[in-house]
Design a protein around this ligand. Structure first.
Ligand code: TYD
Length: 137
């Protein structure tokens, strides 16, 4: 059986018209979980990389609503990356995945929907600790 990709993209319905774009993320549509928090990353210089953590329980949907960014995911064994450059695609990032964000365009706005409030205790910020965590679970 083929190994499932770490990159899980979802289509975000586009409801734009001649007046401009309109993208919809809702439960039963693009969002597979009830949202308890939304944050957005913007104004990150192209030379800056961020992320470098995993979550123990958190589920997220990342949508690049302007510009572009490359997200890489690592499950402790293999790494895959994807360029997000469309508000018509969202990247689902579940727990147990080390994520890094690279190559931000200057105009990038990355919106992240999450199924829980911010909780530092849910973070694993040390890569070696992350690898031990996935290999012990
Ligand atoms: P951090 O997780 O380091 O950002 P990134 O993974 O994008 O590099 O978060 C930066 C700071 O913001 C850190 O002090 C935690 C804080 N923060 C919150 O208070 N609430 C949030 O929802 C998020 C995502 C971060």
């Amino acid at each position: 059986m083929a190994t499932p990709s770490l990159i899980q993209l979802v289509d975000i319905p586009q409801r734009g018209d001649a007046r401009g774009g309109l993208s919809v993320a809702e439960i039963g549509g693009a969002l597979p979980f009830p949202v308890r928090r939304v944050y957005w990353i913007h104004g990150t210089a192209p030379s800056v990389s961020r992320g470098f953590h995993a979550h123990k329980k958190l589920h997220q949907l990342c949508v690049c609503v302007a510009g572009s960014v490359r997200l890489s995911l690592f499950d402790g064994r293999r790494e895959e990356s994807v360029v997000l450059d469309s508000s018509a695609k969202g990247l689902l990032v579940g727990p147990g995945l080390w994520r890094e964000m690279h190559d931000f365009s200057p105009d990038c706005v990355l919106v992240v929907f999450a199924d829980a409030e911010y909780d530092e205790a849910d973070y694993i910020r040390d890569r070696d600790q992350f690898i031990s965590h996935v290999h012990s679970s």
